[in-house]
Design a protein around this ligand. Structure first.
Ligand code: PHE
Length: 366
């Protein structure tokens, strides 16, 4: 056998025995690389006589082609084997149970806010907002609570250590009522808005947390009277609880910003440790739960809102959203609302797909 044939046999044998792609590459470099053995042979062609070249040329080129083809074939074979192995290792067992999807839920406060917004939107109320860091004028003075007014002590207010640029004392708003003033000043009359949001008071027990939620309502027009207030409250509470046997108790009360003022209680029964809304709170096994404060807007508040109280009058109310949620969905401790305990949330939370609508029911429990 000629040297060339020996070389060919050796190289093809080595290529056949190459165990992986790295080994194939090493052989390629050793044979066909710049310093490779086959490349070296090709270079000798240039120094040969024409006759020699005619005899040796085809052999050397044949060697190069054979090695090139063998390398490519081995590479393909190794790659195909690797793919087979990968596919075999990645087999999916379609009979396995599907993994559990991570599931978030909507907090009952958000759900109840959405339910209330839906109900009031249907009655023609727009949504207004105001800042949670409020100045003392909007939170108190404009609502007929001048400095040193004893009613300021009714709210356990969180004060900021510093005043704003205008020298006003700053507070975490103690109620959503300042939005009444902001809305009248910004938009004039008539007004028909609700203002949902967070409010703050330094207070904590089973039915009080330092941060809680209210929805303020304000209606201002030329002939609004207490009958409109009562109708609105009854209509919204029946829609919210989705029952007609709701009994309301309107109690004379006092707020500096309304005159007369009315506190509203809802009758409920205690059935097996669960509160169930309905019936008179005075009936056996029943009790009253206070859910909101309301009244006819005080003339001085209408004035602070930049309107003429001889022309414009109206009613306002402030709903305790968290309490309404407790009454409707049966929680007994308000503090757990804001503990962020996932067990509580998965028990009381709502699916993101349970969007409250009047047609579909504003409050189907999760
Ligand atoms: N702002 C009152 C409170 O937080 C509630 C209220 C609002 C009362 C509007 C009357 C009118 O207690």
């Amino acid at each position: 056998m000629s040297d060339i044939e020996n070389m060919k046999a050796e190289l093809l044998g080595a290529i056949d025995g190459a165990a992986d792609l790295a080994a194939v590459e090493a052989i390629r470099v050793a044979a066909l690389g710049k310093q490779g053995s086959v490349s070296g042979l090709l270079k000798t062609l240039g120094k040969m006589s024409p006759e020699e070249r005619q005899a040796e040329g085809p052999k050397i080129h044949g060697l190069r082609e054979a090695v090139t083809a063998a390398l490519a074939a081995r590479k393909d074979a190794l790659e195909a084997a690797a793919l087979e192995a990968k596919l075999a290792a990645e087999t999916i067992d379609l009979s396995l149970p599907a993994p559990e999807l991570p599931r978030g839920s909507v907090h009952p406060v958000s759900q109840v806010m959405d339910e209330l917004a839906e109900i009031f939107a249907d009655m023609g109320f727009a949504v207004a907002t105001g800042p949670e860091i409020e100045d003392d004028w909007h939170n108190f003075t404009a609502l007929n609570m001048p400095e040193s007014h004893p009613a300021r002590a009714m709210h356990d207010t969180f004060y900021f250590p510093d005043r704003d640029e205008a020298g006003r004392e700053m507070v975490l708003r103690t109620h959503t009522s300042p939005v009444q003033i902001r809305t009248m000043l910004a938009e004039g009359a008539p007004v028909r808005i609700i203002a949902p949001g967070r409010v703050y008071r330094s207070d904590s027990d089973a039915t009080h947390t330092p941060m809680f939620h209210q929805i303020e309502a304000l209606v201002i027009d030329r002939d609004i009277h207490l009958g409109h207030l009562k109708w609105t409250l009854e209509t919204f509470l029946k829609a919210f609880f989705e029952r007609d046997d709701i009994v309301l108790r309107l109690r004379p009360s006092y707020f500096p910003f309304t005159e007369p003022s009315v506190e509203v209680d809802v009758g409920y029964a205690n059935e097996g440790g669960r509160r169930v809304v309905g019936g008179s709170g005075d009936a056996p096994g029943h009790a009253w739960m206070e859910v909101l404060g309301s009244g006819m807007v005080n003339r001085r508040v209408v004035e602070a809102g930049g309107l003429d109280p001889d022309e414009w009058q109206g009613f306002a109310f402030g709903i305790g959203v968290d309490r309404l949620a407790m009454l409707k969905y049966g929680m007994d401790d308000l503090r757990a609302f804001f503990d962020g305990d996932v067990r509580w949330l998965s028990h009381y939370g709502f699916s993101a797909l349970d969007v409250p609508t009047l047609s579909g029911g504003v409050g189907t429990p999760a």
